[in-house]
Design a protein. Structure first.
Length: 369
């Protein structure tokens, strides 16, 4: 009898069992994610054209306190930076990082910051809801639900000049902070654009069925408000004034990456932080919910296939790209989740980085062939 044959049989049987076990894992492992089929447009090229790869974000200058965990939200006031951290703290730090003051610990995850004209700091907290911090350091809860539906993932906030309204996003009513990957892969359209009325304390829904509602910015003359839809690679616009008031349209579509936070310089430019370039696997499986569910199961044991690329865009008030800022080199500052223009610099924050950063504005706006 050939002694090799039994060994081959055992090896073949073992491989078959492994294949069956893997198939069962990918097909049967319980998951809450229920993917919805959709059809994204082909992703724009990063090798040429409008979004061509470059290293304009290489060598960003570190600013503010060092060794902090995830300075996501970002405001610059009186030469000092305010930011919200992973551990729930809202901090104030000098640009050189020598001074650090804790303004409050929300006990949640402060993701968006805006200043109310009366001096209060308005906080979109991914866990606690829409909050306000007064000059005495007292933290209060402004809102945690709208239309009877509790917020799942409050993300960003902007306050109008009159101090009447706070516009903010609930990224997902179904998924909470830390579950952004599940929400984006599911593509369930459970994000909302919300408006809080400081006069009567009521919260209304301006837009629903958004694909992971994220960054918020008021436009020129506060005629409209923009909201990033991370899961659909686009920015939607809701009109607040004029003949189109109460209607909505697309400000820019088919972005080359996942838009995170959004800001307006108050005059002529918006800045969009792109968490990462679009993932070819995610786009290719968009129309196949069963396959996407298998991907979700695989990602419980495999690392997320997210490219580490620093990425941000500048847009004019017509939604045209005027700045393409990238850096895919080793050690880049990524993911960039916040970008704001103050004076002669652009300031950057990140959901996972250990410091904030900045770039001279003239370099950001420099024309490249």
């Amino acid at each position: 009898m050939n002694p090799i044959a039994p060994r081959r049989f055992k090896t073949g049987r073992l491989l078959l069992l492994l294949v069956i076990a893997l198939a069962a894992f990918l097909l049967l492992l319980p998951t809450r994610v229920q993917p919805v089929a959709w059809s994204p447009a082909p992703a724009p090229s990063l090798s040429s054209g409008l979004y061509a790869d470059n290293q304009r974000l290489k060598g960003l200058e570190a600013v503010g306190a060092r060794d902090i965990d995830g300075p996501e939200a970002l405001l610059l006031e009186d030469g000092q930076l305010l930011s919200g951290l992973h551990d729930g703290r809202v901090i104030q730090t000098s640009l050189d990082g020598k001074l650090l003051k804790v303004r409050v610990n929300t006990g949640g995850r402060p993701l968006g910051l805006a200043r109310h004209p009366d001096g209060r700091l308005i906080i979109a907290d991914g866990i606690k809801g829409l909050l306000a911090l007064d000059a005495q350091g007292q933290l209060s809860v402004l809102s945690t639900e709208a239309n009877g539906l509790t917020f799942g993932f409050p993300d960003d906030v902007a306050v109008d000049a009159a101090g009447r309204y706070a516009y903010f996003s609930d990224a997902s009513s179904r998924w909470g902070y830390g579950q952004d990957g599940e929400a984006v892969i599911e593509h369930g359209g459970d994000g909302r654009l919300l408006r809080y009325d400081f006069q009567n304390g009521k919260t209304e829904v301006l837009l629903d069925r958004l694909e992971f509602a994220n960054g918020i910015a008021l436009g020129p003359d506060e005629a409209y408000v923009l909201v990033n839809e991370t899961g659909a690679y686009r920015i939607s616009r809701y009109w607040l004034k004029g003949e189109r008031a109460g209607s909505h349209d697309l400000f820019i579509d088919n972005l080359p990456g996942l838009p995170d936070n959004l800001s307006f310089n108050g005059r002529d430019r918006f800045w969009v932080a792109l968490y990462a370039p679009r993932n070819p696997l995610l786009d290719a499986t968009a129309g196949y919910p069963l396959v996407r569910k298998m991907v979700v199961r695989a990602l419980t044991v495999l690392p997320k296939p997210v490219e580490k690329r620093a990425f941000a865009l500048g847009l004019d008030t017509q939604g045209r790209v005027i700045a393409n800022l990238q850096d895919a080199s080793s050690g880049n500052y990524s993911p960039i989740t916040t970008v704001r223009e103050y004076g002669d610099h652009l300031y950057f924050g990140s959901l996972t980085a250990r410091h904030m950063a900045r770039l001279p504005l003239d370099l950001a706006l420099q024309k490249h062939p």
